[in-house]
Ligand binder design. Structure first.
Ligand code: NHR
Ligand code: GAR
Length: 207
């Protein structure tokens, strides 16, 4: 009996900071045997910040890493072109099957988004469509929200407005600081993002 090899699903992860969501995804890939089950592999990690702590963790795992600093480019268009080269360079210049924003902090141009059409995902630390943009936890507290959370969505040219793929909800507690709320949300992000990604990997395999 011949067993056909599964087509690969190559995942690139874009970070700017600590990379705890990146880590949750890499750990889920190993623990849940995503390579055997869905042909999933980590193509590499790209950061726009050379100092991102997540880069060191990825390197220690033997994952390919690249830095593409927005400060080296005169325009958003020029940065995004270089970022695209870095991302596609992880996979012999073909776009990876999935490009996952995990705490990536630069708004992307329509040209970049189109290049990865349908394969680009983000986790945003609010219950979209509430609070797109930055400082979500402070804004949720100021508005008196009783619940907050995180949303995984497809990335489109309109910031934080793509199709919602999954959400996780946490309570806002009396006297929460933005940092306390952020930590509670982040814990749920680490469950949500791998779960949504696994569903997409599974669906792509069956397509
Ligand atoms: N790009 C597009 N086109 N669409 C989306 O939905 C995107 C995106 C890029 C990033 C993540 C997003 C978030 O989850 C994201 C979604 C950065 C900013 C921002 O204002 C806003 C939203 C998000 C990420 N960035 C500043 C900028 O001028 C820089 C801030 C900084 O460097 O600290 O790009 O919240
Ligand atoms: C996460 O809470 C993520 O949702 C948020 O930054 C944190 C990154 O943590 N993303 C944004 O605010 C995007 N603008 P991590 O680096 O430890 O994954």
């Amino acid at each position: 009996m011949t067993v056909l090899p599964k087509p690969k699903q190559r995942i690139a992860i874009l970070i700017s900071g600590g990379g705890s969501n990146m880590r949750a995804i890499v750990e889920a890939l190993h623990r849940r045997r995503w390579n055997d089950r869905y042909g999933a592999v980590i193509a590499g990690v790209v950061s726009n910040q050379a100092s991102a702590a997540g880069l060191q963790w990825a390197e220690a795992q033997g994952i390919a890493t690249r830095v593409c600093s927005h400060r080296d480019y005169a325009s958003r268009e020029a940065f995004d072109e270089a970022l695209k080269q870095a991302v596609d360079g992880l996979t012999d210049q073909a776009p990876p099957d999935w490009v996952v924003l995990a705490g990536f902090m630069r708004i992307l141009t329509p040209a970049f988004v189109e290049h990865y059409d349908g394969r680009l995902l983000n986790i945003h630390p609010s219950l979209l469509p509430a609070f797109p943009g930055l400082h979500t936890h402070q804004r949720a507290i100021e508005m008196g929200c009783r619940f907050a959370g995180a949303t995984v969505h497809r990335v489109t040219a309109a910031l934080d407005h793509g199709e919602i793929l999954g959400q996780a909800v946490v309570p806002v507690l009396a006297d929460d600081t933005p940092d306390q709320l952020a930590a509670r949300v982040l814990t749920q992000e680490h469950r949500l993002y791998p779960d949504v990604l696994e569903q997409l990997l599974q669906a792509r395999l069956q397509a």
